[in-house]
Design a protein around this ligand. Structure first.
Ligand code: ITT
Length: 214
């Protein structure tokens, strides 16, 4: 069901959201809907996970990685593609884990919430003794549609808590205390997080550029 069969029932244009992360998808789909796009996920598009995907995120910047993911899936679909590369950057760690955020705890045997828990434990261990605990999330969102390639980035600042607060969001969210919301991303609603988050900012900026070009 790659959009084609639904064309007659929905006037909204379809876009493939090229992520294997359920957390990202839950945040990106409503932003697309708000801009008049219908999100199609990789499973619905019938694009099964393949070993080649592991090799997509080898660059040193979120922007290059996001573009690599979008290009890869654009070659496997007829839809416009949106991809996201994102991560956490801690001042006391010189910007780490950055583009290595997902596999920072070096536990290739884990995935999903178990991987998030291992990464969060590693984050707390690495920041032991850091009093400022300053950090920011960064996201690059990329759009590929035929020859058109657009990238936009967004950031959000905060600090890393000593212990998790809430269990909302995903990844490092329960440990990330947002400056702007004065609350952990683990306790706020998805809409509140989206309003100030790195992903909210990147995706909204991207969709504005896409709209301006069409
Ligand atoms: P895709 O590449 O399939 O989109 P991924 O989970 O592999 O999914 P990334 O390579 O971009 O995505 O890694 C992002 C990691 O950064 C993610 O696994 C989290 O650990 C962290 N992260 C990024 N954005 C986050 C957010 O909004 N909340 C919590 N953690 C986040």
């Amino acid at each position: 069901m790659q959009g084609g069969g639904e064309r007659g029932t929905s006037p909204r244009r379809a876009v493939l959201v090229a992520t294997r992360s359920a957390g990202k998808l839950r945040e990106i789909a409503p932003m697309l809907a708000e801009a008049g796009w219908r999100a199609i996920d990789l499973d619905s598009a019938g694009i099964a996970e393949s070993p080649g995907e592991e090799l997509l995120e080898t660059a040193e910047t979120f922007e290059e990685n996001a573009l690599a993911k979008a290009r890869y899936f654009a070659a496997r679909s007829r839809l416009p593609v949106l991809a996201d590369d994102s991560g956490l950057m801690c001042d006391a760690l010189g910007g780490a884990p950055g583009v290595y955020s997902k596999r920072w705890s070096a536990r290739p045997d884990l995935s999903g919430v178990a991987l998030d828990a291992a990464n969060n434990a590693h984050l707390l261990a690495m920041l032991r003794g850091d009093v400022t605990r300053r950090a920011r999330y960064r996201c690059a969102a990329a759009w590929v549609d035929g020859a058109t390639e657009i990238v936009a980035a967004g950031e959000t600042a905060g600090r890393i808590l000593e212990a998790a607060e809430g269990d909302g969001g995903f990844g490092y969210d329960p440990l990330f205390f947002s400056d702007e919301l004065a609350a952990s991303f683990g306790v706020v609603s998805r809409a509140e997080k989206s309003r100030v988050s790195h992903r909210g900012r990147a995706v909204r900026a991207l969709l504005q550029k896409v709209g301006a070009g069409s």
